[in-house]
Design a protein around this ligand. Sequence first.
Ligand SMILES: NC(=O)c1ccc[n+]([C@@H]2O[C@H](COP(=O)([O-])OP(=O)(O)OC[C@H]3O[C@@H](n4cnc5c(N)ncnc54)[C@H](OP(=O)(O)O)[C@@H]3O)[C@@H](O)[C@H]2O)c1
Length: 251
Amino acid sequence: MNLNNKVILITGASTGIGKAMAKLLAKENCSLALIARRGELLDELTGQIKTENPNIKSYVCDVAKPGEVKKVFTEVREHFKKIDIAILNAGVGSKSSAEDYKYENAKNTFDVNVLGIVNCVENLLPDFIKCKDGMIVGVSSLADSRGWQGSGFYCASKAAATILLENLRAELKPFNIKVITVKPGFVETPMTANNKFPMPFLMSAEKAARIIIGGIKKEKRIIQFPLPTVLGSKLMRVVPDSLFEYISIKN
Ligand SMILES: NC(=O)c1ccc[n+]([C@@H]2O[C@H](COP(=O)([O-])OP(=O)(O)OC[C@H]3O[C@@H](n4cnc5c(N)ncnc54)[C@H](OP(=O)(O)O)[C@@H]3O)[C@@H](O)[C@H]2O)c1
């Protein structure tokens, strides 16, 4: 995939991996539509990178709200005339435990991490299908492999996101629409800043962004990293439940 003259939309661009991807993509000859709820952070970022690339615009939008997504995606198309690649990266981390097991916490996690993707895809597909072109990059997680202690809602939401994207990849192949699933291990961002448990092979958001953009250029189906965590998560899928329960990390 050559990124020249492409219009790339990134959700969750105000901090962390999304912000790091925006900074790297600003160096390419492409246009960027940056989306998040905190407009002041988007403005600050846009101010920093606009000197390198003037074709950047930010949009305040909550991906969990269908009306806002519809309005903003329409505005992006009006301004840039098209969307070529949508990087659906917005996500929330959530702690969940038996002592604090709350429907509202689960709902918020699923509203953003799962239905946020569905909201965006609904607004992308009519044009993508009409043009028989387009790319959807969905950010899931290597946490999708098992229900780790303390992160049940998050792991379940990422498992759902992975399956949604897998389904879309097959469903959209006849329309020449590419779907990429991104599964990072631990990345240093505001989401992980307060984690008290060990985070093996923690990497910087900039490194994660470089790996993701490299994978997009290669049009990989699955972009997963770092390798030791990928291998660990594959192993975790096949260990017996009794062993998993023993080694599951308590947040
Ligand atoms: N960090 C890790 O170790 C790790 C590992 C695997 C996967 N991931 C995934 O990577 C993605 C990025 O996470 P991150 O680590 O970079 O965390 P982060 O720094 O907390 O970034 C999350 C981004 O999502 C945005 N966001 C959250 N809720 C939103 C909503 N309702 N509507 C629109 N935007 C929303 C946030 O912006 P606003 O608050 O301004 O809206 C922010 O820009 C997430 O999907 C996360 O699950 C992260």
